[in-house]
Design a protein around this ligand. Structure first.
Ligand code: ATP
Length: 262
């Protein structure tokens, strides 16, 4: 599902600049993602893909430009003829619409699976414990983890932890789900289980998804648009069937053949 022309994009980057010291990672980046779009970011290591997701989670601050979620500016707005910072409270409201699953799961190790999933809905969204548990149980079923409900996360395999992390992100009912190389830390034989869960979410929800992955087959199945990054710039953009079979740019071609032969 993609938005009709004229709809407000779910995500918009306008001239976004991000530097780490002298290292200019994003140098005036512009792109947008329509509501319900599934967009994969590909590109060599260090090209800025994770930085984009971290900016969207406000885990990093940009050095310029605007990031908008559903048309709402995230960090700054133009008011009274000058740029002013968005108050923290409003920023948190916008931030809540975005969920992220990380490469390294980032679960709370001293909590059970269930506690991990209900923590934010109760404390951030103010849901009752009963409602949070009911939703968590639905999600545990969806990711095939019902039996591990009361286990500590340290007792789970990487693939199981990642499925819990997906359930935890979904428990906040995000409009946008960011997936950062969610299978990279997993043994090859369990990658398929996690991809199956994500495929299911892509098929059965209208969540906007922005994913960074080296699993090209997965990107092909799940996304409807692929953006190829190099040095913080989009050098090619196309539907997966086009970019994976007949890339326009030499740099994309090189990158894809290196990934496939790995
Ligand atoms: N916290 C940080 N401090 C300093 N430099 C950073 C930091 N985070 C990222 N960088 C730098 O920003 C650049 C982009 O990194 P980023 O992780 O976004 O790339 P990437 O495309 O996601 O790479 P990969 O595919 O390896 O994950 C790199 O040069 C990296 O060294």
């Amino acid at each position: 599902m993609t938005s009709a022309p004229g709809d407000v994009p779910a995500i918009e980057f306008r001239d976004v600049v991000k530097r780490f010291g002298d290292n200019v990672v994003l140098d005036g980046l512009n792109f947008s993602v329509a509501q319900g779009d599934r967009v994969t970011l590909i590109g060599p290591s260090g090209s800025g893909k994770t930085t984009i997701l971290r900016l969207l989670m406000t885990l990093e601050e940009s050095n310029g430009g605007l990031i908008l979620i559903d048309g709402d500016p995230y960090t700054h707005e133009y008011k009274g003829k000058k740029w002013v910072e968005i108050p923290e409270k409003r920023r948190r409201q916008v931030r809540r619409r975005v969920g992220m699953v990380f490469q390294q799961f980032n679960l709370f190790p001293n909590m059970t699976v269930l506690e991990n999933i209900i923590e934010a809905p109760m404390h951030v969204l103010g849901r009752s414990r009963k409602d949070a548990i009911a939703r968590a149980e639905e999600l545990l079923e969806q990711v095939g983890m019902t039996e591990k409900r009361d286990f500590r996360t340290t007792e789970l395999s990487g693939g199981q932890q990642q499925r819990v992390a997906i359930a935890r992100a979904l428990a906040m009912d995000p409009e946008i789900l960011l997936l950062d190389e969610v299978t990279s830390a997993l043994d090859p034989e369990i990658v398929a289980d996690v991809l199956e869960v994500l495929r299911d979410i892509a098929k059965n929800t209208d969540i906007t998804m922005l994913l960074v992955t080296h699993e090209m087959q997965f990107a092909r199945e799940v996304s409807n648009r692929v953006l190829m990054f190099d040095h913080g710039r989009i050098i090619e953009e196309a539907p997966p069937e086009e970019i994976f079979t007949d890339p326009r740019e030499e740099r994309t071609r090189e990158f894809l053949s290196a990934v496939v032969s790995n």
